[in-house]
Each structure stands twice: as C-alpha cells, then as structure tokens.
Write a protein that binds this ligand. Structure first.
Ligand SMILES: [Ca+2]
Ligand SMILES: [Ca+2]
Ligand SMILES: [Ca+2]
Length: 239
C-alpha cells in the first residue's frame, strides 16, 4: 500500500517534469523567422505502382516532387526496402523469370541481383548496420528466412523449419529478427537471434498474425520530445 502510493507520487513527478520540459524533452516549436530553416519534411518515399502497366518502384520527395521510376522494367517489381543510410534500395523482381532480390542505388542505377535461386526470393529487410539482408526464400521447398551479405554472399537458412517462415524484421541492434511462422498451426509472430537460435513465439492467437515490424530504438510517449515515463522505470507496456 505504502509502496504503491510512493510509486504513484513518483510517477506524478515524472509526468510533471516531462510536461514542463526537462533536459531530455526540450520543446520544438515552429518558427516564423525566415533566417531559421523550419522543420522540413526531408527524405524520399519509395512505393510501388502499376501506372505504366506493370509494378514498378517509384521514389518521390516527401513534398510530392521529383517522382522517379527507379525500376522501369516489364517485370513485377515490388517490396522496396531502404538501406539504413538511405543510399540504396533492396527490392523484389521477377524480371529474370522468378522472384529474386535486387539492390540498386536510390536512383535505380548500379542494380545488382543478390539472389539466384529457383522459386520465390522475397521480403528483403536490411540489417540496421547495412551489412546484411534478411529475406524469405522457398528454394528448399518451403518458406524459410535466409540472411546474406548485401552482395548476396553466404546466404544462410536461419529458420530451417518445415513450416512457412517469412516477413523478417530486424531489431534495432541487429541481434534479433522478428518473423511470422505457421509452425504452431497458424501464422504467429516469433522472434529469434539473427543466427536462427533462441526462437520465441510471441503470439498464440488462432487468427493469422503477420507482418511484424520492429520499432526503432528510440521510444517515447508518442509525443515528440517527451520520454515514456513507464519506460523510465523499466516497466513494460502490455502490447
Ligand atoms: Ca516493372
Ligand atoms: Ca528466385
Ligand atoms: Ca520453413
């Protein structure tokens, strides 16, 4: 009882401190000073469109300018994944007859096919340090997650399970991979070490759970600049 009350008082102080703007949460306010560059929506968006009759990957500035078709091929091009430094894009294309993973510079130049296997190679996901690509392949007969170098070197089957395993998403530290698998009878979310060990099943719902995406390292309340008071005390949220 006493501890609970103390905890509530402490939490109230934390919330008050956050609201007042402490050292970690300096407020970001718009400026009308023309000499100061305002917060701008920089960067580019990659997306897939069939506007030319087949799927291509396009990029566009976040203000809608400079639309560019970076694939421009009669094949089916899809599933763009940016390199962590934003200089390259991994994607899937069937231009060679079946789905393979390609990597190109962000403007579409210097395109390289990094897989060369029968069947589907899809779901490319760039490791946070930019050195590896995780992807799904059914080259062995069922869907498995492979991890390879960004040049396609040393593709390694890290799931090795007769079920369907796919949709890899790296943890921010690059040590773990979240993925979907139906090894429990239906699709559920799992995590494993990046070498395939230490698999943990996170969901057990009989419905289909798919498309996990690991959050970036920084976490907060969802309010810009305001830290999560629960996280500060090491308490997890029930997600
Ligand atoms: Ca195309
Ligand atoms: Ca293939
Ligand atoms: Ca499998």
């Amino acid at each position: 009882m006493k501890l609970g009350a103390l905890g509530a008082v402490t939490l109230a102080f934390v919330l008050l401190g956050s609201a007042c703007g402490d050292g970690n949460g300096s407020a970001v306010t718009p400026t009308s000073n023309p000499d100061v560059t305002p917060l701008s929506f920089t960067g580019r968006i990659a997306f897939v469109s069939d506007r030319d009759g087949n799927n291509e990957i396009y990029t566009v500035n976040a203000d809608g300018t400079a639309l560019t078709n970076i694939t421009d091929d009669p094949g089916h091009d899809a599933a763009p994944s940016w390199s962590p430094d934003g200089s390259r894009i991994a994607f899937v294309s069937d231009r060679g007859g079946d789905n393979e993973i390609y990597i190109a510079d962000a403007d579409g130049s210097d395109m390289t096919k990094i897989t060369d296997a029968p069947g589907n190679d899809t779901d490319p996901a760039w490791s946070p340090d930019g050195s590896r690509i995780a992807f799904m392949s059914d080259r062995g007969g069922d869907n498995e997650i492979f991890v390879a170098g960004v040049d396609g070197s040393a593709p390694t089957n890290v799931t090795n399970n007769p079920a369907n395993d796919g949709q890899p998403s790296w943890s921010p530290d690059g040590l773990r991979i979240a993925f979907a698998s139906d090894r429990g009878g239906n699709h559920d979310i799992h995590v494993m070490d990046a070498d395939g060990s230490a698999v943990t099943r996170l969901t057990t719902n009989p419905a289909a759970d798919n498309q996990p995406t690991w959050s970036p390292e920084r976490r907060g309340t969802g309010i810009k600049g305001r830290p999560d008071p629960l996280r500060r005390y090491g308490r997890g949220r029930d997600d």
